[in-house]
Design a protein around this ligand. Sequence first.
Ligand code: PSV
Ligand code: MN
Length: 386
Amino acid sequence: MTELAAAKAALKTQAVETPSWAYGNSGTRFKVFAQQGVPRTPFEKLDDAAKVHEFTGVAPTVALHIPWDEVDDYAALAKHAEQRGVKLGAINSNTFQDDDYKLGSICHPEASVRRKAVDHLLECVDIMDATGSADLKLWFADGTNYPGQDDIRGRQDRLAEGLAEVYERLGDGQRMLLEYKFFEPAFYTTDVPDWGTAYAHCLKLGPKAQVVVDTGHHAPGTNIEFIVATLLREGKLGGFDFNSRFYADDDLMVGAADPFQLFRIMYEVVRGGGFSPEVAFMLDQCHNIEAKIPAIIRSVMNVQEATAKALLVDGDALGAAQRGGDVLEANAVVMDAYNTDVRPLLREVREEMGLDPEPLAAYRRSGWGERIVAERVGGQQAGWGA
Ligand code: PSV
Ligand code: MN
């Protein structure tokens, strides 16, 4: 197979998971701007997600957030997804929106609050059993705001204890993905602030615990691709929460702020053998001012473009330049791939997959956007906490 044919084959098997919450209303802490036609139920979120998959061909699963996507019958929700051509993906826990969690959740100083948080995580595993989801994605808002507020080391012990209980509950084929974030909402210490802390906990827990890299959760200037390369080398990269940041955890469309960084990350994924079903490629974004479904289609396309460029890096030429100490040539090989216009290649890939080569134009022509505005009248729109 030529390199181009191999790249095309890989692009056809790509899978980007979209987040249910990106289809609902969201905003900053200053204002949530409601949009017309936004889903009112988890079922309607899946209807929208199915459209993203229909036009991109590479967004076959949808992540849920509990309790935002709480329903009486999860098997029925899974069936609804399948009827529309998608499947339910990672179950995201939410231990950050109850008053009880003011001082943390599974790291809280009070045993009763820790119990409540762990019970929620166990409930999420029950939901995974019903939906057939493989991944439990954990992000903890836990931390402290002031020196002395709580015992940093004691909080780590509580974290380890809570995680261990949930880990024991995981069934065959189920994993926990532990996400880190350097600050917010806590501002002095965060209990899982970085990949090292997440890695240390996952290593102790065992093979079903893996680290998830949310691209927006790093300090400015952090070399995220180094983290990706290291976690892959250690067999501990469970997945990504893709999004873009200019300043903090901005949750903008992936590839919008820094497409070169996304390419560098995807290059390490390809280089490290991470372009496989063992690594979950998820979006974690909010579309506060832009139309949601087209923004998610654009994001999926941005991931595809970065991946295509990463697949086009000439490995032989790069290796030769690296071994020969030819710094400029090695850099040129990488930049040549990055500067390739891969849009014609992706159009071909889509045509070969039986898709319209232009997903955004095809979506616009489909009339789905107008239809949901006309039909989704009344009821309460989904959004944070809904
Ligand atoms: C936290 O900032 C985070 O990245 C986690 O993944 C949450 O579950 C998600 O955002 C949704 O708010
Ligand atoms: Mn995230």
